[in-house]
Design a protein around this ligand. Structure first.
Ligand code: PEP
Ligand code: MN
Length: 343
């Protein structure tokens, strides 16, 4: 499922030309176009409003492509429903605000229009899940998630850092299709191809890609939009993956068996490690030694990172795994010392 179209509907000629070119690409199943644009600064182009909606409808009439637009207020919802827009999306800046999400859910009660819910700008899984719950409670059943990346305080090649684990975790909580908005993740054209492939490798259900007939002249997000021609090229280089792993016979089943065995070993080792940690806890209790010994811990972690590196393991992986193990150890030992106080 590819949803493509301009960041903003700017004028009738722009949306019609873009739509006609996109309609020639069989994978494109829906035309997107922003009518009301949430902008960081008030002087920026804020969308054409109702007039733009008429042009978007005309593009649908001429090409047959279903249309989608962003709604952020009940007033937007009213107009989008009046013009029979086929699907709506809730923007990342709106999803952060439960009052706004509730107002939108209330405004849509009694309809069952497809709604794409973007992740909130902040990496807050519960806030994203909460937005789904508000629409579900209002009776909407055709909900999908759109992963568009997250604001990030460190320097990064992305406009919005992907944090792929968050959308994956979302789909473990909610049984909804996941679309990856690679344009807003990347913020540039150069990273689109690899990011789209990465999304497909992680079993996304579709892509949202901003396309403009003349990206250089776009009034919003000019750096990240591509021409329909470039979209065609990009799609032709993607490998689409099957979501199903296929039969349980054969090579994949064998490899999965190996993983299961290794995981079982890891669990045994973890249990043994915790057991030794408990004995250290007992020792610390008897000898009045503090649980956290930061110097020793820093030494262990840097040794593990060095050894892990020589085994081809990522530093981040070692950090995350051993920090979690260390935290569990501290909890176990604190409980042992606490026991002492309670007696
Ligand atoms: C958009 O899709 O044009 C948009 C504004 O997206 P987001 O809410 O993800 O920033
Ligand atoms: Mn945009």
């Amino acid at each position: 499922m590819i949803i493509a179209g301009p960041c903003s509907v700017e004028n009738e000629a722009q949306i019609l030309a873009t739509a006609h070119a996109l309609a020639q690409i069989p994978e494109v199943k829906m035309l997107r176009g922003g009518i009301w644009k949430p902008r960081t600064r008030p002087e920026a182009f804020e969308g054409r409003g109702e007039e733009g909606l008429k042009w978007l409808c005309e593009a649908k009439r001429q090409t047959g492509l279903p249309i989608a637009t962003e709604v952020a207020t009940p007033g937007h919802v009213k107009l989008a429903l009046k013009y029979k827009v086929d699907a709506l999306w809730i923007g990342a800046r709106t999803v952060v605000n439960p009052f706004s999400v509730q107002q939108l859910a209330d405004a849509l009660q009694g309809t069952d229009i497809p709604v794409f819910i973007k992740n909130p700008v902040s990496p807050d899984l519960n806030l994203w899940i909460g937005a789904f719950e508000r629409f579900q409670k209002a009776g909407l059943t055709r909900l999908s998630a759109v992963h568009r990346g997250f604001s990030y305080y460190k320097e990064s090649p992305y406009r919005n850092f992907p944090m792929w684990e968050i959308p994956i975790e979302l789909t473990q909580h909610l049984n909804v299709p996941l679309i990856t908005d690679v344009s807003h993740i990347c913020g540039n054209r150069e990273l689109l191809q690899v990011t789209a492939q990465k999304a497909l490798d992680l079993a996304t259900d579709g892509l949202m890609i901003e396309c403009h007939i003349n990206p250089a002249e776009a009034l919003t997000d000019a750096q990240q939009q591509i021409t329909p021609e470039a979209l065609k090229e990009l799609l032709s280089h993607l490998t689409f993956r099957s979501k199903q792993a296929g039969g349980v016979e054969g090579e994949l089943a064998g490899l999965r068996g190996e993983i299961d065995d290794i995981d079982a070993e890891l669990l045994q080792l973890l249990a043994r490690r915790m057991e030794v940690s408990s004995r250290i806890g007992e020792y610390k209790k008897q000898n009045n030694v503090a649980v956290v010994q930061m110097d020793r811990w820093k030494q262990i972690l840097s040794d593990h990172i060095a050894v892990g590196g020589s085994l081809g393991l990522d530093q981040e992986l070692i950090n995350v795994v051993f920090e979690a193990i260390h935290q569990a150890s501290i909890c176990r030992q604190s409980a042992i010392l606490d026991d002492d106080k309670n007696q």
